[in-house]
Design a protein around this ligand. Structure first.
Ligand code: CUO
Length: 626
């Protein structure tokens, strides 16, 4: 069977999911579908953070993954489509598809086209419906509607929180790294999964704070008090699967006990995790001590906090982060007496929309900060690269070292996900942040007299805080966003490295649409078929109209020390920094975020850049053109 034939069969399974009947297939017609799937009712919202939902989804993705050949896989998937909850089906099918050997090169269509109602405000979908009714024989294009106004200062950040591709990235990341992933059962490794959970989300928070500073706002205040009365939030989304709006959170609500978990357990788990960090070890299920050593500590803590299948002891350390999402999404109807939908925090494709997402993840991140502070600050020999000197770095754009950002219009097709009663196209136009193309020019002197292999690491961090004071190194460290990381061979003498921003190891450039996939124009060997990666248009923070000051750091380290065996033939390795490489070890031995993941010993930043020749700092301005 050709790749395209497989692709078409997969697309058919993922089309029209918001219009499925609420009736499941009768039990006697479910073939060999496991008895423990088909429990979560259709027409309700699935959450991959909810332990019970996730258990059912795990049985299903393992069942689909284990099908002996592609035909059997499709047969099983069809049974599941007619039986299980719509969101759960999509999650499980996507996980299985991504990891089946016979599906390599078959794309999961964009989640925003499968469920546009998770991305497009309800008012806009309603407007589209009216336009179709009035013009049934025409293609329709409607503009997206605003979801708030500046009476809520947080609305300034809506362009970031509601960015369609950024939310889709988050959904996709959790498909690549399901919390319940059992490497032994699935036969695929997920290297440093706990650490990547921490790092990818840490980067989302750092980026969010850079956007806040770009908008003249203070950095977020991390969540930390389980009794705190929280800010309100109204999602403006209606789930077409349930017909109900995603729950809104009135101002002043706080976390409440749920049927499945209570606030006190959450506090207990937090204390236990912090205690483990301070003692330097966790206690596993057999009562043994597992040391939080430098190599594995962050990975172990990540698995513990999330919590994932790899947690050393989920009975004792609980599932702090996952239940946090569920609790945040349920405080408007904690015991379900009003039969409301949960809020957006319950789903990976919608949670980024709510400001509380970032405060919650900064809380998680602060626990990692506590862990990192138990390790020694980096010594010079850990980050230096003898004989290598970065002479000059220039960001080449229209004006050197000045990057411009702007809003750009894009479109989203609704009809693959929503039946609007027309055979014509119905599109929504929306604006997203974007930046002008640029490249880095990096002059390096290799004084060793021999060819050297280097890892080039590029980071960006704001220069000033919200009050206009120069950020101290320790604060800036946590706002540092990774822009790129790549391998380069350095000839003896002077080298000029040129690197295009579109080649960034952080971003994915284009995720094919439903229509592109249907028409067969997408090459089967497209390296980006995994579609995991930060959206290219969100690589650079917005900046300000008059130009916001940032520092760009270029750090060259010894690739011979960084390299990981088996990293040469990676697939799905377009955006390794936040997504890793499918079925391979994370292709960089250093801690994620190195060298900004920890303080550096006894040095002010000025001293550091002056005395470490392989690290270079450049002043860059980011100007937002509006
Ligand atoms: Cu991705 Cu909390 O894990 O949002």
């Amino acid at each position: 069977m050709s790749q395209q034939e497989k692709q078409l069969q997969v697309l058919a399974l993922l089309e029209g999911l918001t219009s499925l009947s609420h009736e499941s297939l009768p039990v006697d017609q479910r073939g060999d579908l496991p008895k423990s799937v088909g429990i979560l009712p259709r027409g309700t919202l699935f959450s991959c953070f909810h332990e019970v939902h996730l258990k059912e989804a795990t049985v299903l993705y393992q069942y689909l993954h284990d099908a002996k050949d592609f035909d059997e896989f499709i047969k099983r998937a069809k049974l599941a489509r007619d039986t299980v909850n719509e969101g759960l089906f999509t999650y499980s099918l996507s996980v299985a598809l991504l990891h089946r050997d016979d599906c390599k090169g078959v794309h999961i269509p964009p989640i925003q086209e499968i469920f546009p109602d998770r991305f497009i405000p309800a008012e806009t979908i309603n407007l589209a419906r009216k336009e179709v009714y009035r013009n049934p024989k025409e293609d329709i294009v409607v503009p997206v509607e605003k979801t708030g106004n500046i009476l809520d200062p947080e609305y300034k950040l809506a362009y970031y929180r509601e960015d369609i591709e950024t939310n889709a990235h988050h959904w996709h990341w959790h498909i690549v790294y399901p919390a319940t992933w059992d490497a032994e059962k699935m036969g695929h490794i997920k290297d440093r999964k706990g650490e990547l959970f921490y790092y990818m989300h840490q980067q989302m928070c750092a980026r969010y704070d850079c956007e806040r500073l770009s908008n003249g706002m203070n950095r977020m205040i991390p969540f930390h008090n389980f009794e705190e009365k929280l800010e309100g939030y109204a999602p403006h989304l209606i789930s077409l699967v349930s017909g109900l709006q995603y729950g809104a959170r009135p101002q002043g609500f706080s976390l409440r006990d749920l049927k499945d978990v209570d606030v006190q357990s959450m506090e207990r788990w937090r204390e236990r995790i912090i205690e483990a960090i301070q003692l330097g070890y966790v206690i596993d299920e057999h009562g043994e001590h597992v040391n939080l050593d430098e190599e594995h500590g962050a990975d172990i803590i990540g698995a513990l906090i999330e919590s994932s299948h790899d947690s050393k002891n989920s009975r004792f350390y609980g599932s702090l982060h996952n239940w946090g999402h569920v609790m945040m999404a349920r405080m408007h109807d904690p015991d379900g007496r009003y039969q409301e939908n949960p809020g957006v925090m319950s789903d990976t494709s919608t949670s980024l929309r709510d400001p509380i997402f970032y405060r919650w993840h900064r809380f998680v991140d602060n626990i990692f900060k506590d862990y990192k502070s138990t390790l020694h600050p980096y010594e010079k020999e850990e980050y230096s690269f003898d004989g290598i000197e970065v002479l000059e770095v220039t960001v080449k754009a229209k004006t050197d070292n000045v990057l411009t950002t702007f809003l750009k219009e894009d479109i989203l097709e609704l009809t693959h996900g929503i039946n609007l009663g027309t055979t014509h196209s119905v599109k929504v136009t929306y604006d997203h942040l974007d930046h002008e193309p640029f490249h880095y020019s990096i002059d390096v002197q290799n004084k060793t007299g021999a060819t050297k292999e280097a890892t080039v690491r590029i980071f960006l961090g704001p220069k000033y805080d919200e009050l206009g004071n120069v950020l101290i190194a320790e604060d800036k460290r946590r706002l540092m966003i990774e822009l790129d990381k790549f391998h380069k061979t350095l000839a003896p003498g002077k080298n000029t490295i040129s690197r295009n921003s579109v080649d960034s190891s952080v971003t994915v450039s284009h995720v094919p649409t439903f229509d592109e996939l249907k028409s067969g124009g997408v090459a089967a060997n497209n390296q980006e078929y995994c579609s995991c990666g930060w959206p290219g248009h969100m690589l650079i923070p917005r900046g300000t109209r008059k130009g916001m000051d940032f520092h760009l750091y270029v750090v060259l380290t010894d690739w011979e020390k960084d390299k990981v065996n088996g990293g040469d033939k990676m697939t799905c390795a377009d955006a390794v920094s936040y997504c890793g490489a499918l079925d391979h070890k994370y292709p960089d031995k250093r801690p994620m975020g190195f060298p900004f993941d920890r303080p550096v010993v006894d040095k002010t930043e000025e001293e550091l850049t002056a005395h470490v020749s392989n690290l270079h700092r450049t002043d860059v301005k980011i100007k937002f053109l509006s």
